[in-house]
Design a protein around this ligand. Sequence first.
Ligand SMILES: Cc1cc2nc3c(=O)[nH]c(=O)nc-3n(C[C@H](O)[C@H](O)[C@H](O)COP(=O)(O)OP(=O)(O)OC[C@H]3O[C@@H](n4cnc5c(N)ncnc54)[C@H](O)[C@@H]3O)c2cc1C
Ligand code: SF4
Length: 358
Amino acid sequence: MAKSVLVVGGGPAGLSAARALGRLGIKTILVEKTGTLGGNPIQNHYHTLIPRKLKPSQVLGPYIKDVESDPNITVKLNTELEACEGEPGNYRVRLSNRVRLSNGETHEVGAIVVATGFQHFDPRRKGELGYGIFPDVITNLELERMFSQEGKLYRPSNGQLPKRVAFVFCVGSRDRQLGVTNVHCCRYGCALSGLQGSEIREHYPDVDVFCYYMDVRTYGTWEYPFYWAPQEKYGVRYVRGRIAEITYSPADGRLRVKHEDTIVQRPSEVPMDLVVLVLGMEPAEGTKKVAKILGLAQDPDSQFLIPSEESGSNIVSNKPGIFIAGACKGPIDIESSLSEGEAAAAEAAAFIGAKVTV
Ligand SMILES: Cc1cc2nc3c(=O)[nH]c(=O)nc-3n(C[C@H](O)[C@H](O)[C@H](O)COP(=O)(O)OP(=O)(O)OC[C@H]3O[C@@H](n4cnc5c(N)ncnc54)[C@H](O)[C@@H]3O)c2cc1C
Ligand code: SF4
């Protein structure tokens, strides 16, 4: 049996899987299709992470450093899995480098960890929300970049500080109009919006912040810091209702948020200066591609990867010797992705029968 392990995807889940395998003394190849390790939080410049309010570099930097310096781990950036042959324990994988345009290199590996993650919902698919039409309708991802790269809050249309900011929850999530692919909850959106709204109120106390929600889902211990504290400490206002449409009024140069308030049961139209769309999570294109190459089972609705029905484990795939971790299986937070990476590493090590000392 080949004794090395291939990890596909260099985000939180893949990094932690590779780091754990390297620490166990197992030769590991980590392939990442972009030129950067760290996955979505680093590639998309997230600002402050829930729940511990740390920067992505604080959480993921130590993993990247360990992976890059471990002699047991070979990191291949700009690289993708192209093909896989052989049998469990003796997989022959072909990798191709997207920059060097090589014909590919082949490696023998005993097991594979898939950690290819998610991609953000494209809000242009919800035309009524005005994204891509009105410059002051932005995504929460763009707000993160505004904070992390430019260090200030402004209206893209004129560079001025907004007086009123609206967060629109569940864009591309829990949405039956989009079909069964997008009915799942993103899990992070309510909590992150609570944090972003609080940050806005803390730094710009004159800016009013409104959160438009269907219902607020701040899981577990996130309830106080990211739901109650935004309201009680920072004065973020929560409005229940589904947004019907976002329009623009040339008369005052402001947006109009039209919605049905489901508590008082009447329609309303509120002027806003900046609208932030809270994006859902979908399986990454890379996840779908790898699923095809490796023959991994996908949920028929969401298309995320699903574990084997027989094993009882959340990490074991339907293919022996192939393990799945992190957001390639559905919305999940970073801490859980890191833990799943370690669990997948343990499964892979056991599968190849590695004799390890810890
Ligand atoms: C806007 C937003 C903010 C968020 N903020 C937080 C937060 O504050 N706190 C929190 O806990 N969670 C947050 N999350 C969730 C968090 O992003 C995920 O938990 C985390 O990124 C999942 O890690 P992952 O490694 O599974 O996937 P990803 O981060 O998606 O990483 C997957 C990696 O695999 C690579 N890849 C994909 N396909 C291939 C392929 N075929 N071959 C090689 N490489 C491939 C990708 O390029 C990427 O680097 C947020 C999510 C969103 C959408
Ligand atoms: S976490 Fe909140 S914003 Fe995200 S889908 Fe669930 S309810 Fe909507």
